[in-house]
Design a protein around this ligand. Structure first.
Ligand SMILES: Cc1cc2nc3c(=O)[nH]c(=O)nc-3n(C[C@H](O)[C@H](O)[C@H](O)COP(=O)(O)OP(=O)(O)OC[C@H]3O[C@@H](n4cnc5c(N)ncnc54)[C@H](O)[C@@H]3O)c2cc1C
Length: 423
């Protein structure tokens, strides 16, 4: 069996590795248009923070690992089209036969709405773009970012740490709106107002870039959107994501699509939504690999889990928000609490929980602290996925150590007492 995968990032690489495990005799090839494989989307920021000595090191896997797994890699080769009847595909370097084709061409950070000058690069998700922008960023005193989502806020935080002034434009009335309720962010938003180098402009939708008016360097940190791959041949949704069935097969037989190219089931509501995240790309890549020969494994989708450190604050979120309560068919209740991050800690942990009122099942968690609370969000995600109720949670065995935890484990502690706010 000849398996060809387009795109050597999270979805493509993990599809190839899983295919190698499942089909030891298969011929597996990945085609990637960039000179660098497996570049981390925030690789540029990690390099600027001194995490990596070279920009090219900001990757999650090496060529050697792929070679050891007998996976052929063709870099700097662009996939152009494919013929689903003949089972051939065309790149800028030649024509290949395939038995199974996996599209993992992901997403782009380039804005679709803003008018851009063609010769300039405004985003840094790929190695090539990051390499081009690096000297410009190092030189610039003032940088304009468009979009105050996770990517924009992380970039603003790093650039300000480097001593730059940042103008940050956001169309919504608060930053990080996809992951947090506005009221929950109050202490964080108040802290942002005290940062003199941050010029945060809310409720401002930019549609045109005017270098003179904005600043010497402008970057789009807007939401990503799917790379247009074979959208003329394959059935797509209105947002140009490729339509797939539960087994990640597209409208053409033996062609699969994964990662940021597709919509995925949101575990809590079962609707399909665009949730471009690394974990979803990795898991969908591995699920597609399992289904290449016959449909065996449904893709379970995900919960939308993030965690990040911005301006010295740790923020994490998983599952349903209060602002999305209208999407959930049953009545909810909300619990907000402020507790010490651990028994010995002077730092505060702000928490907001979304709970199904009748069953007391946990559906969403938001966390905010100046202490590192990121690891807890995984446990919260696990509890939500297990459909655990508060009763069941209180019976769980968690570890205790005064410097690292509260009396009961974090989630259990929150349910002692009765101070819930009903909605
Ligand atoms: C700045 C930024 C920060 C982010 N941080 C996080 C984070 O902290 N956590 C998280 O979960 N998610 C994060 N994301 C989202 C994450 O980057 C994506 O969900 C993830 O990269 C998707 O992986 P993928 O394999 O589907 O596609 P991509 O990573 O987009 O990769 C697609 C690959 O296909 C290649 N390709 C495209 N077209 C062709 C073609 N025609 N021929 C050959 N090759 C082609 C591309 O060069 C690329 O290598 C971030 C995104 C951005 C922009």
């Amino acid at each position: 069996m000849k398996i060809v995968i387009i795109g050597a990032s999270f979805g493509g690489v993990y599809c190839a590795l899983e295919a190698r495990r499942l089909y030891p005799d298969a011929e597996i090839m990945i085609i990637e248009k960039n000179e660098q494989l497996a570049f981390l989307p925030n690789g540029l920021l990690l390099y600027l923070q001194g995490v990596y000595e070279n920009l090219a090191d900001a990757t999650f896997i090496s060529k050697e690992t792929l070679m050891k797994n007998n996976i052929q890699l063709r870099l700097q080769e662009i996939f152009l089209s494919c013929d689903g009847q003949e089972k051939t595909l065309q790149t800028d370097c030649g024509t290949y036969m395939y038995d199974k084709l996996v599209l993992a061409t992901g997403s782009t950070q380039q804005s679709k709405v803003i008018e851009l000058q063609e010769e300039e690069i405004y985003h840094y998700k790929t190695y090539q773009a990051a390499k081009y922008l690096l000297p410009k960023i190092e030189e610039a005193q003032e940088i304009t970012l468009i979009g105050a989502g996770q990517a924009g806020m992380e970039a603003a935080s790093v650039f300000i740490e480097l001593g730059k002034k940042v103008h940050l434009f956001e169309a919504m009335d608060y930053p990080l709106f996809k992951y947090f309720d506005q009221d929950f962010l109050t202490p964080f938003l108040a802290a942002l107002e005290k940062i003199p180098q941050l010029d945060l402009r809310l409720n401002q939708r930019i549609t045109q870039m005017d270098q003179e008016e904005l600043s010497e360097l402008i970057l789009t940190t807007v939401n990503v959107h799917p790379t247009e791959t074979m959208s003329d041949v394959l059935a797509t949704h209105s947002d140009l994501t490729i339509q797939t069935n539960d087994f990640l097969e597209t409208s053409q037989k033996d062609i699969f699509a994964v990662g940021d190219l597709i919509q995925i089931p949101f575990t809590l509501t079962n609707e399909k939504i665009y949730l471009p995240q690394i974990n979803h790309a990795v898991r969908s890549g591995m699920t597609a690999a399992a289904n290449l020969v016959k449909p065996t494994k449904k893709f379970r989708g995900g919960l939308r889990m993030i965690g990040t450190k911005i301006f010295g604050w740790y923020l994490a979120s998983v599952g349903l928000l209060e602002s999305e309560a209208f999407l959930y068919p049953k009545k909810l209740m909300i619990k907000t609490t402020v507790i010490p991050a651990s028994i010995t800690s002077k730092e505060t942990l702000y928490c907001k929980l979304i709970i199904e009122r009748k069953t007391q099942r946990l559906l969403g968690v938001q966390l905010l602290s100046q202490a590192n609370c990121l690891a807890i969000i995984e446990r919260c995600g696990w509890v939500i996925q297990q459909e655990m109720t508060i009763e069941a949670l209180l019976e769980q065995d968690f570890f205790f150590q005064s410097q690292y935890s509260s009396t009961l484990a974090f989630l259990n502690d929150l349910f002692v007492g009765c101070d819930t706010d009903e909605i």
